[in-house]
Design a protein around this ligand. Structure first.
Ligand SMILES: [Fe+2]
Ligand SMILES: [Fe+2]
Length: 310
């Protein structure tokens, strides 16, 4: 099938009008035009070491020990650079990073993350970045919210981040990360966040489909031992709320460092697809199948391609 544009007429030297050939847009062209490709990465965990005593708060000392013994080996900077290079060579419309850019939320870590990710962040409108618990690692005054200082422009100033991809799909980013006590890594989806999302859902055309981006998982693999001090405090009510909105088709998250794709079935409406892209920069563990995901949206259809960073 072809879709024809208006006929163009042009004048010859003698003054007579002739019709130019009709420019046609094939169905393939239209599908290419409507297709949106998202790259979803998560939990990059850029790290530096604290430079002064002030940086070494109590929780950071624990984090430092963890970093020294485990994470530094797990997250060589070279892998982050590899990831950036790989994504630069791919065709995509929008990049989503679902939190944990850093390890100890030090300013130097955010600066390193910003510099390394720079080639992917040239067009702010093509990027969504939300914070994870490691980006709000210790209690700090607002002036020291380094996530906001270095990456706030990719979320915005409102309660929720909203990015309209096309007439069919909208991305909604949540900020559920907050500091915790020494042994806790939990988050909370605020009531105001749910309210703002409900308002958005109610105000857009009924056919609009939504992609929620949040740091924390809503589902776990079979047999997974859920650690309640490591998850969303309000996981169950948030998941139940989401299942009531059939137009929410995708939930992109990180936090648990195992890539996965899960599906939650709704009784008489489309399923909810949940993608975990953590951790995209970590060294590959035995049996690992993917480091991040490519998501292709064409009309109502969602195609997910897992990608291994090797
Ligand atoms: Fe993480
Ligand atoms: Fe996390």
């Amino acid at each position: 099938m072809f879709f024809f544009c208006k006929t163009n007429q042009t004048k010859t030297k003698s003054g007579s009008l002739i019709s130019k050939p009709k420019r046609s847009i094939s169905r393939t062209d239209l599908i290419t035009f409507m297709r949106q490709t998202i790259i979803h990465i998560s939990d990059l965990h850029f790290h530096t070491y604290p430079q002064n005593f002030q940086d070494c708060g109590s929780k950071r000392i624990l984090g430092m020990a963890n970093l020294l013994f485990r994470r530094a080996r797990q997250y060589p900077l070279q892998r982050a650079k590899m990831l950036v290079g790989q994504i630069q060579n791919m065709k995509w419309d929008h990049l989503v990073i679902s939190g944990d850019l850093t390890q100890l939320s030090l300013e130097a870590e955010f600066a390193l993350a910003r510099e390394t990710l720079g080639p992917l962040l040239k067009d702010r409108k093509r990027v969504t970045i939300i914070p994870g618990n490691h980006d709000r690692y210790v209690r700090q005054n607002k002036a020291k919210d380094y996530y906001k200082q270095h990456f706030g422009e990719f979320f915005g100033e409102e309660e929720i981040h909203v990015k309209k991809l096309n007439s069919d799909w909208v991305i909604v980013g949540w900020d559920s990360a907050h500091p915790n006590d020494l042994f806790t890594a939990s988050g909370t989806v605020r009531r105001s966040t749910i309210q703002a999302t409900e308002n958005l859902l109610g105000n857009l055309p009924e056919k609009t489909r939504f992609i929620i981006v949040n740091h924390y998982p809503l589902t776990f693999p079979v047999g997974w031992k859920v650690d309640h001090s490591h998850e969303l405090y309000n996981l169950v009510p948030v998941r139940e709320w989401m299942m009531r909105y059939p137009n929410i088709r995708l939930y992109l998250h990180g936090h648990i460092h195992r890539n996965w794709q899960h599906r939650l079935l709704r009784e008489s409406s489309p399923e909810l697809l949940l993608l975990n892209s953590a951790s995209s920069t970590s060294r590959i563990y035995s049996g690992q199948k993917s480091s991040f995901h490519q998501i292709d949206l064409v009309g109502d259809k969602v195609k997910v391609t897992p990608i291994l960073l090797e």
